[in-house]
Design a protein around this ligand. Structure first.
Ligand SMILES: [Cu+2]
Length: 210
């Protein structure tokens, strides 16, 4: 029974997505010029045939905890609603001046939460009016496939066998729009891609590698 369930779990997402071929997992590794892992990088794949496997909207969380935003980088699809719960013991005044979506949540306290919907692709840089050291990013993507690298600089995407564009965005990446991309064709089996990127030393969040 367990085996059946596991198989269904693998097959059903393909059926619901209506994809011609649900291929396999692409493992992406992002490293800097010195070969160190780059966490908090958003990896996207835009197949030439389009598709919307991960859909639009959905609910996501950007918390405030220990005078930090958690996570440092949050990738969401266009139309997503992001909750901003205050899980701290102090008040925060969260805002963004980014043209993609300017907003502010005037001072709100522990246990309280604010929410906002993000309808345009791009980058929203977050800050707090009270705590200058607080910094984070919401990356709103319109590509149907995306994932964010972990502490080891790795991300996995389940992709259809299709040609398209594979891209990496990271706030400290030293390139136009902090992004690099390449043409990539996903085959029927598992695949691996590595990006070696240059990073700027600026704007590093406290306590993190980047
Ligand atoms: Cu704050």
């Amino acid at each position: 029974m367990k085996t059946v369930l596991v198989r269904l779990g693998l097959v059903l997402p393909c059926l619901f997505a209506g994809l011609p071929a649900c291929a396999a997992t692409l493992d992406v590794s992002v490293t800097d010029a010195a070969g160190r892992p780059v966490p908090s990088a958003v990896v996207t794949f835009a197949p030439v045939s389009g598709g919307a496997a991960q859909g639009r909207g959905g609910s996501y969380v950007m918390a405030q905890k220990d005078i930090k935003f958690v996570p440092y980088v949050l990738a969401v699809p266009v139309g997503a609603t992001v909750d901003f719960p205050n899980q701290d013991r102090v008040n925060h005044h969260v805002y963004s001046f980014s043209p993609v979506q300017r907003f502010q949540f005037p001072l709100y306290g522990p246990g309280k939460k604010r929410s906002l919907r993000f309808d345009h692709p791009g980058t929203v840089a977050l800050a707090c009016n009270i705590h200058d050291s607080m910094s984070a990013y919401i990356r709103i993507v319109d590509q149907p496939y995306f994932a964010t690298t972990d502490d080891k600089g790795r991300a996995s995407l389940d992709l259809p066998a299709d040609a398209g564009t594979l891209a990496v965005w990271q706030p400290q990446l030293d390139a136009p729009d902090h992004s690099v991309s390449r043409k990539f064709t996903m085959s029927a089996g598992a695949a691996q891609q590595t990006f070696s990127v240059r990073l700027r030393a600026e704007a590093l969040p406290s306590g993190g590698a980047y």
